[in-house]
Design a binder for this molecule. Structure first.
Ligand code: AMP
Length: 288
């Protein structure tokens, strides 16, 4: 595996691959890699001749009171994992090469970036779309891989690529979970044992709600309260940012049934903010 730190070298390397007819699969990450990240890497490897993974903890997507400084970093462990996965290139830029002094340009997908997590993390998605647009320009991927775990992020990035005529396929891969259902996340390492146990309520809530909708036990207009009541049973939850059922494209809250719907939750256990979601397809899955 080659490690490239300089954006211009990454760009020239990608141009050479493309000139030789190669396809480039790209997995952007913030590191502290777990099996969720590696599932994207494996998919990228299967579908492309070259696999590029980036690790960059992007300061522009963290708010002033968020966890940028303590975000888990494990470059040595990450490098080993990526070598094992036979990744071709690890792109590891410095913050100063991505946002040099005098940097002024930001990409923002309006409206969608203010919904759900955007309402609680102001400027977060502007930071995400800016870094992803820059990484796309530097890595020049044929396909880029994102996790359903961050469903809103995948919707916003798909919209950005469409609106800006970027010729890149956005591939969204299923959420990888621990055995007890908790979605893998670099931030799970912040949880102590009792908090880790408490966090299992998120997936339980998604599953129970999804099954209740499919079997007709609850109506769409009652889903939000059903989820809030379910989550409030867990005393270690310190705050619920949102829980409910949403349109999969507009991310608007739903009050009536649609064929495809998104259940989504964001909450805090102690100071740790956790998110998860589940898609429901009524036609495919209705049990009665
Ligand atoms: P991050 O390092 O948290 O920015 O995540 C990098 C990519 O990995 C994003 O596209 C995430 O959606 C994806 N990802 C994170 N956790 C998971 C998971 N448990 N399952 C699948 N994809 C994930």
């Amino acid at each position: 595996m080659e490690i490239i730190r300089v954006p211009k070298i990454m760009l020239d390397t990608s141009k050479t691959f493309l000139l030789h007819g190669k396809t480039i699969g790209f997995v952007p990450t913030m590191g502290a890699l777990h099996d969720g990240h590696l599932s994207l890497v494996r998919r990228a490897r299967e579908e492309n001749s070259i696999t590029v993974v980036s690790i960059f903890v992007n300061p522009a997507q963290f708010g002033p009171n968020e966890d940028f400084n303590i975000y888990p970093r494990d470059l040595e462990g990450d490098t080993e994992k990526l070598i094992k996965e036979k990744v071709d290139i690890l792109f590891l830029p410095d913050a100063s090469s991505i946002y040099p002094e005098g940097y002024l340009t930001y990409v923002n997908v309006e409206n969608l970036s203010e919904k759900l997590c955007g309402a609680f993390r102001h400027g977060h998605f502007r930071g995400v779309t800016t870094i992803v647009a820059k990484l796309f320009n530097i890595v020049k991927p044929t396909r880029a891989y994102f996790g359903q775990k961050d469903f809103q992020q995948s919707v916003i990035i798909s919209k950005m690529t469409y609106d800006l005529n970027m010729d890149i396929d956005i591939v969204v891969c299923p959420t990888v979970r621990d055995k007890d259902g908790l979605a893998m996340s670099s931030r799970n390492s912040y949880l102590d044992n009792s908090q880790r146990q408490a966090a299992t309520i998120i997936y339980k809530c998604l599953k129970e709600t999804s099954e209740s909708i499919k079997s007709g036990i609850i109506e769409i207009k009652n889903v939000k309260n059903f989820m809030l009541d379910f989550l409030r049973k867990e005393p270690l939850i310190s705050e619920i940012d949102y829980a409910g059922i949403y349109d999969i494209s507009s991310l608007e809250e739903l009050s009536a049934e649609k064929e495809n719907m998104l259940l989504a939750i964001a909450l805090r256990i102690g100071n740790t903010r956790l998110i998860d979601n589940m898609l429901i397809n009524i036609k495919e899955e209705r049990k009665y």
